[in-house]
Design a binder for this molecule. Structure first.
Ligand code: FAD
Length: 486
């Protein structure tokens, strides 16, 4: 079925969802299209989850500008959108004089970029803050405005806010082409039909150069660069680190870090490896050895026996060396939000304001009178007082049935996650909205029950429930598949 929209946003990662939420403040009909069954399923799902302070990127670059502004905006948006963020601060550590000199370069760059309250600490102060760090560490750059976050939760929050304000999100809707007439955008071709539109925002992550080429803009290319991680159980060594520990950076990467998560785990990674296949998120033995060796230089006692999962994410490294942001010079109506490698997560709210600002000016759109900040509340049993828990369960007994025992996630929370605006449709979608399956057993116990709940609530057969991607079916039910004639 053909549709019409003022703006089509391609890509449901943090960049696309943040832009959609910002555009939804205005009287524009905006449609976001995502090829996977859920949003936040690309690079946004697998990264270091650090909200960087902003001292890495060169002064004057879009990366530096968006990073510092994005970090500041998250401080403002945290309460409004109920974002899972902890402002832990970050340390870049040095073990010799050459590395100490780099810390001073980072300090000067950060100050030029407008990062507040940076300081160089000596080894004593560093070890008071983080007692488990290597004794080889003799100084560090302290950035108190850095933080850690639940990355998919941020994208989901932007999406929920956007849908609440009338934006549409079409999932399993893959863009296959972009139509232009006389160099001007007219429509987007998708697997769910044609969408006629005046403007297209390209937030296609590692695919953004291909998306751009379909419209006729070949001004940049994307080099995929993989980074691998290991995540540790939260009971293994609580307080191994309190925040974010970086080594001194290399030319291509911020280096292998040791980092806390907002839910009390620790992870190590990433390495940096250029790859050809844009979907290659396999972890390798060599990669694991590399990141463990890097992590042990920062924290000698890495609890390897408590590893619960490994994963990898892919950076979208632009040939321009910077974020590609703004109106295409070659195609009228194409707006680029491409080449969004690190610090893309941190920069997203600032990128969104920048891109929405351009489109609002071009379209002369007005603010909506009925705009609603925030998003619907989502009760979580584990965060309530005993009194609060009792009241919640009295109101809905499903909040009294714990489905994920590792993380104490109830049936009520899972049902809510499915029926919220842009709700979960897959097992991983439930996981990224509630944490069910994120714990020590990694869904071994709760997985089958979550499949049943998804099937019941979405009114689909169990055999149609998927783990994450389009073909990731989890069960073969011979009765269902044969229509009961098996
Ligand atoms: C190893 C690693 C560590 C990182 N660490 C940090 C960090 O600590 N802090 C930080 O700020 N940043 C970090 N980043 C960067 C950050 O994760 C990214 O910048 C950010 O997630 C990019 O979001 P995005 O929305 O641009 O892309 P994505 O999340 O990849 O979203 C793009 C979406 O477009 C969809 N899509 C593609 N083609 C089509 C099509 N044809 N039709 C429809 N949909 C399509 C994809 O399915 C995908 O969902 C890291 C990245 C990596 C890889």
């Amino acid at each position: 079925m053909d549709r019409e929209a003022d703006v089509v946003v391609i890509g449901g990662g943090i960049t696309g969802t943040a832009i959609l939420a910002e555009l939804a403040r205005y009287d524009l009909h905006c449609v976001l299209v995502e090829k996977e069954p859920d949003i936040a399923a690309g690079t946004t799902k697998a990264n270091s989850a650090v909200l960087h302070a902003g001292f890495d990127a060169p002064q004057g670059s879009m990366k530096a500008r968006m990073n510092v502004a994005g970090n500041r905006l998250y401080h403002e948006l945290q309460e409004q959108l109920d974002l899972d963020i902890q402002w832990t601060g970050s340390l870049v550590v040095a073990t010799d004089a050459a590395e100490e000199a780099v810390l001073h370069e980072l300090l000067a760059r950060g100050q030029a970029n407008g990062v507040p309250d940076l300081a160089i600490w000596d080894g004593k102060k560093v070890h008071e803050q983080e007692p488990n760090l290597s004794l080889q560490i003799r100084a560090a750059l302290w950035a108190p405005t850095a933080g850690i976050c639940w990355p998919f939760g941020l994208a989901i929050a932007f999406a929920e806010n956007a849908v609440q304000n009338g934006a549409e999100i079409l999932r399993e809707c893959e863009v296959t082409g972009i139509r232009t007439e006389a160099g001007k955008i007219t429509a987007v071709e998708t697997t769910a039909g044609l969408i006629r539109t005046r403007w297209v925002v390209n937030a296609g992550g590692v695919e953004a150069d291909r998306v751009s080429q379909w419209a006729g803009d070949v001004s940049f290319s994307i080099q995929p660069r993989k980074g691998e991680y290991v995540l540790f159980d939260k009971t293994a060594q609580p307080d191994l680190v309190k925040g974010v520990i970086f080594p001194t950076p290399s030319r291509t990467s911020k280096g292998i870090l040791v980092c806390a998560t907002t839910h009390g785990n620790v992870f190590v990674g990433p390495n940096a490896q250029n790859i050809e296949d844009r979907e290659d998120t396999a972890v390798t033995a060599a990669g694991m050895a590399e990141i463990l060796s890097g992590a042990r230089k920062l924290v000698p006692k890495i609890p390897m026996g408590a590893a619960i999962t490994e994963f990898a994410g892919i950076r979208a490294v632009s040939s321009t060396g910077d974020f590609v942001l703004g109106f295409s010079k070659n195609v009228d109506g194409l707006v680029q939000a491409a080449g969004i490698q690190s610090p893309g997560l941190t920069s997203a709210p600032a990128i969104a304001r920048y891109i929405a600002g351009l489109l609002v000016k071009a379209s002369k759109a007005a603010l909506r009178a009925d705009y609603q900040a925030g998003r619907p509340a989502h009760p979580t049993l584990r965060t309530l007082t005993p009194d609060g828990q009792e009241k919640l369960i009295a109101g809905d007994s499903r909040y009294g049935r714990v489905i994920c025992r590792c993380e104490t996630i109830t049936e009520g929370e899972i049902v809510d996650a499915i029926h919220r605006p842009c709700g979960a449709r897959t097992v991983d979608g439930v996981k990224r909205r509630t944490r069910a399956g994120m714990g020590r057993c990694q869904g071994g116990f709760c997985g089958p029950r979550i499949v049943q709940i998804l099937a019941r609530e979405l009114k689909i057969p169990v055999s149609s429930v998927r783990k994450e991607t389009r073909a990731s079916y989890m069960y073969y039910d011979k009765d269902e598949m044969s229509g009961g004639n098996a």
